[in-house]
Ligand binder design. Structure first.
Ligand code: C5P
Length: 451
């Protein structure tokens, strides 16, 4: 944590006394800690305690002209590499969930692009209250990292969930949450994940078995590589990886709209979502009654989100990665899709009963124009990290090609037809790479494709 900037928000709760120890431990790890206290927090611990431990004047007011002159609140929000609120009271969580900005801490949380982590601490009934749980769910969906609470004895004499994690536990989690300075720093990556739901009537839909695990793992791996990651996901039972911005959608139409909205400024687009290819022609306004023995649904094609991104003009086209879930002739089908959708890279896997969808593990075949890599069976996160290394290598190669005459290996640089013609024969042979061996991937990159 040497030299890393942590903004520690302290809200009003008896656990605030433990935050003094938390500051001491963070400083011991080499972090620079700026404490911001709410008014209620100052009822429990004085600002002087935190100032002595952090070596910095504690900030408490939004309207403090002298403090603002030294470092304005927007500047402070930018300074933070991680915003940590410990303890986070029930009121603090509710205010964050609502997006209020009427005091310094809440304003900083809105104004900072840094990841936000909260360590809740409150009476167990307050924690279990549906209102608090709803607020926590909203925050989790937004990518806010929840640290605890722990279950145990409480200051009020009762027992249950609501104890703040111990300072050493929080420090360990903070170390994992600090943004990584990786090769994709300053680059925006847009990932789609999960299934889509296409409405039949108000209570029924057409969908598929995708769990979203692969897409969420890809989002995490891209974040670990330093990227700013936006994850557009269909309905799944997963929390957003820490530091990843999440947008929830249901249907292909909604996913398409969210992708179009989020695309500007995107360097890499990765379509891992299992998007429905067809949707019912219309969604009945009322629940369809079972009046006959058979029911015929008229379906129509949905927009191909991935192909749409890939077809953008070169100036606004990101590096485009697709996924192919195939039940047979995986390599041929994936290769055809790479060319047909003019992708820069495709990750293919075999799907079927117990294979790939809704499982913890998977294996991938990665194809690009002029190369291939086999990523053997592993956890989805290990695979996502290996895939990320290949994507970064190919992305950097194509970035270099943009600055130079056309490289036929880059779909966004060369004309699609020329790229397809010149590489279709060579894709599986010319620079064939197996990630299970230590053979390095082709030229211009520095990263090995291994899981
Ligand atoms: O053609 P197929 O559906 O097999 O292509 C799979 C790839 O295309 C995946 O990357 C998936 O996310 C994307 N896709 C899409 N929009 C669709 C259908 C598929 O983005 N309507």
């Amino acid at each position: 944590m040497q030299g890393r900037h942590i903004l520690l928000g302290v809200s009003g709760g008896i656990a605030a006394y433990k935050s003094a120890d938390l500051v001491r431990r963070l400083i011991e790890q080499g972090a620079e800690v700026q404490v911001v206290m709410t008014h209620a927090a100052q009822q429990f611990v004085t600002a002087t305690t935190f100032q002595a431990l952090s070596g910095r004047a504690v900030r408490t007011e939004l309207w403090d002209a002298a403090a603002e002159a030294a470092m304005g609140h927007i500047e402070l929000a930018r300074w933070a590499e991680l915003v940590l609120i410990a303890p986070a009271s029930a009121d603090c969580l509710a205010r964050l969930a609502q997006g209020l900005a009427d005091d310094l801490l809440s304003t900083l949380c809105l104004a900072s692009a840094a990841p936000l982590a909260v360590a809740p601490a409150m009476n167990h009934l307050m924690w279990s209250h549906p209102a608090t749980q709803a607020n926590v769910a909203v925050l989790a969906r937004r990518g806010v990292q929840l640290l605890g609470p722990a279950v145990g004895d409480q200051a009020c004499g009762e027992n249950g969930p609501g104890r703040m994690l111990e300072p050493h536990e929080i420090v360990a989690r903070v170390a994992q949450l600090l943004p990584v300075h990786g090769p994709l720093e300053g680059r925006r990556v847009l990932v789609t994940a999960g299934p889509t739901r296409e409405g039949i009537d108000p209570v029924r839909f057409v969908s598929n078995r995708s769990s979203g695990k692969m897409g969420f793992a890809v989002a995490q791996a891209m974040h670990e590589a330093g990227a700013e990651v936006v994850l557009v996901t269909g309905p799944v039972c997963l929390d957003a990886p820490p530091g990843v911005s999440r947008i929830d959608v249901e249907s292909c139409e909604q996913m398409h709209a969210a992708v179009q909205r989020e695309l500007p400024g995107t360097a890499i687009f990765i379509g891992t979502a299992a998007v429905a290819d067809y949707r019912p022609m219309c969604c009945a306004e009322q629940k369809i009654k079972k009046r006959s023995d058979t029911l015929t649904l008229d379906m129509m094609r949905t927009p191909d989100i991935l192909a749409g991104v890939s077809a953008r003009p070169a100036a606004t086209r990101p590096f485009v990665v697709g996924f192919a879930a195939e039940t047979q002739t995986v390599e041929q089908n994936a290769h055809d899709k790479l060319l047909a959708k003019n992708l820069d890279l495709i990750a293919a896997n075999e799907v079927g009963h117990t294979k790939a969808f809704d499982t913890e593990e998977n294996a991938l075949l990665v194809l690009w124009r002029g190369g291939r890599a086999e990523l053997p069976h592993a956890s989805k996160l290990a695979l996502a990290r290996a895939l990320t290394r290949i994507i970064i290598e190919r992305y950097l190669a194509c970035e270099a090609a943009r600055a130079m005459p056309a490289d036929p290996a880059c779909a966004g640089v060369s004309a699609p037809a020329a790229g397809a013609a010149s590489t279709s024969a060579g894709a599986s042979t010319s620079t064939s790479t197996s990630a299970s061996t230590s053979a390095p991937p082709p030229a211009r990159g520095t990263l090995a494709a291994s899981s």
